[in-house]
Ligand binder design. Structure first.
Ligand SMILES: NC(=O)C1=CN([C@@H]2O[C@H](COP(=O)(O)OP(=O)(O)OC[C@H]3O[C@@H](n4cnc5c(N)ncnc54)[C@H](OP(=O)(O)O)[C@@H]3O)[C@@H](O)[C@H]2O)[C@@H](O)CC1
Ligand SMILES: Nc1ncnc2c1ncn2[C@@H]1O[C@H](COP(=O)(O)OP(=O)(O)O)[C@@H](O)[C@H]1O
Ligand SMILES: [K+]
Length: 511
């Protein structure tokens, strides 16, 4: 698991560690790691550090201090380093002195000049090979301030690679929210621990490839809970269900699918397609699209009556393409009355009664996209859910006393109890295609039937579905995603072969 800790927790751990070390040690460790990563980037873009041109954007806090010390390292290796100070009178003193004694120079940002000729920022950046964003880190509030926006606009237009120091300036470290303008980095070098914002959209889209620099916080974080955890290949591989020597199809679990309608038979077919690839031994379909399901998947056990009359299952999936008529409503009620885990998706989410879900004794898993989640949260704006995924999923899980898998650019999973939210690291925008959510609900339902907890089934399902989307891209349609589940499952199960860069977990980058 990749664990992300709140700013408060990171600061507390830093305080404890700092108390045991000579002053300035942590910043020097951070800066050394940052400089090494920057040297690597310069090696790639310029061939070497010596003779390259580096611009530091330096704010008024310790984040700017990190940039200045890293700049000093690079200057000692022969880079031409210029620090652009957003608040010259408050820039980190020791960092500034280190940069100057290493041969670097500092200039005031255009908005900060009180007298004298302002620096020609476009010209400076036009010659730069690399920019370090040390405007603001975990001490930031809200988006970039106007003076920082002015500088960032020039950097962005220059198209120079940007390494963000600790976090892209302007993003919210704890929530992943971006209120206003924020830096977009090629890479982010973060210190001590991941911050939730580095795992969560929209902020994670600003971070580029994320490198974690160990500054020795590990022992001081050990006893504290992360806010968010992102599974890796090995975590998922451990949870994949598989037949044992004594297995038969019933012992492997039977998935029930109550989906589709005369109007939307395809949703039933796609949910069954996912369910057939989730590790259960059999899939029962109950509903009006039985003919379409059997025509495509003859291995499905079908019936046209209510789900409760379909025979035993170990988990139900209800909702995709169900419509919202009386029959749909009854189907949802019938399934929720079952004493097995139930996944509710799509139309099912419009028909669930909160008290009925809360009173269930078997696990319930809700799988809304942002629009559905917004409706379940009494009609808050969809954008509000999209910008605050973590708290939205948590709130929904708390209200419904259920596990929630909130789909979208970052899929997050929250359980009814307190504890870390899971963040899915796989996926691609190509999954935003009609019916791919139906495949996911079938897949996760099958993992539930195979015996995984709601949280594990959601995490494994989202992870595999995201990989399948990448494998089927470009131009993936939902059936391609379902077809890609088998090879993706095999890859994860076979691990630990390092996936080709750009296709797997590390595509957004982490080292
Ligand atoms: N602690 C440690 O041991 C270690 C910490 N380390 C490093 O320290 C960083 C944290 O440093 P920090 O606490 O000094 O805060 P920081 O992120 O520099 O920002 C504060 C300044 O930003 C300003 N500002 C605020 N919002 C803004 C905005 N939207 N747009 C623009 N400006 C904004 C705000 O201004 P003010 O409100 O005071 O006017 C304030 O002066 C951390 O991220 C890591 O890099 C590493 O060296 C490892 C060891
Ligand atoms: N921008 C995106 N990036 C990554 N994944 C996405 C994005 N948009 C949607 N998805 C994924 O695509 C699937 C779409 O599901 P859903 O919204 O239920 O569509 P449908 O109802 O058509 O099946 C979900 O798994 C979701 O996480
Ligand atoms: K920064």
């Amino acid at each position: 698991m990749r664990d992300a800790y709140s700013v408060e927790t990171v600061r507390a751990a830093e305080r404890e560690l700092m108390a045991r070390l000579p002053p300035g040690t942590l910043m020097k460790r951070a800066a050394a790691g940052l400089a090494a990563a920057c040297a690597g980037t310069l090696g790639r873009v310029r061939g070497r550090v010596y003779g390259s041109r580096v611009v530091l954007l330096v704010g008024s806090g310790d984040n700017g201090g990190d940039a200045l010390f890293a700049g000093a390292y690079l200057a000692r290796r022969g880079a031409g380093v210029t620090a652009v100070l957003l608040s010259p009178e408050r820039a980190h003193g020791a960092g500034l002195a280190a940069l100057r004694s290493a041969g670097g120079r500092a200039v005031a940002a255009p908005g900060a000049v009180v007298e004298g000729a302002p620096v020609d920022l476009p010209a400076l950046l036009g010659r730069a090979d690399l920019v370090l964003d040390g405007i603001v880190g975990i001490g930031g509030r809200g988006g970039l301030r106007p003076d920082a926006v002015e500088v960032w606009d020039v950097v962005r237009d220059a198209g120079v690679p940007v390494v963000a120091v600790d976090l892209p300036s302007g993003v919210d470290a704890d929530t992943g929210e971006v209120r206003g303008v924020a830096v977009r980095a090629t890479a982010t070098v973060t210190f001590g621990a991941h911050k939730p914002g580095l795992l969560l959209a929209p902020a994670r889209e600003h971070a580029g490839a994320v490198h974690l620099v160990d500054i020795g916080l590990g022992p001081y974080l050990a006893g504290t809970a992360p806010v968010a955890r992102a599974p890796r290949h090995a975590d998922v591989a451990r949870l994949l269900p598989g037949p044992s020597a004594e297995s038969d199809k019933y012992r492997r679990g039977v998935t029930g699918v109550a989906a589709g309608s005369a109007r939307y038979p395809g949703a039933a077919v796609l949910a069954v397609a996912g369910a057939l690839r989730g590790g259960a031994g059999a899939v029962r379909y109950a509903g009006p699209a039985a003919d379409a399901v059997v025509a495509r998947f003859p291995e499905t056990l079908v019936s046209a009556g209510p789900p409760s009359a379909a025979g035993r299952v170990q988990a139900w999936v209800v909702g995709p393409g169900l419509g919202d008529d009386r029959a749909a409503r009854e189907t949802v009620r019938d399934v929720l009355a079952a004493r097995v885990p139930v996944l509710v998706d799509a139309d099912g989410l419009r028909l669930v009664d909160v008290e009925r879900v809360r009173s269930r004794t078997a696990p319930t898993l809700l799988t809304p996209h942002a629009g559905e989640a917004a409706a379940l949260l009494d009609g808050v704006p969809r954008e509000e859910v999209e910008s605050a995924r973590l708290s939205s999923a948590r709130e929904l899980a708390r209200r419904y006393r259920a596990t929630v898998l909130l789909k979208g650019s970052t899929t997050v999973i929250a359980g009814p109890e307190e504890g870390p939210v899971l963040v899915n690291p796989t996926g691609t925008g190509w999954l935003a295609t009609a019916g791919s959510g139906d495949v996911l609900s079938g897949l996760v339902g099958s993992l539930l039937a195979a015996g995984l907890s709601a949280r594990d089934a959601a995490a494994v399902g989202a992870y595999l579905h995201g990989l399948a989307g990448r494998r089927a891209a470009p131009l993936a349609v939902a059936t391609d995603v379902a077809d890609a589940l088998r090879p993706v499952w095999r890859d994860v199960a076979e691990g630990p072969r390092r996936p080709p860069r750009g296709r797997e977990e590390g595509a957004r980058g982490e080292t």
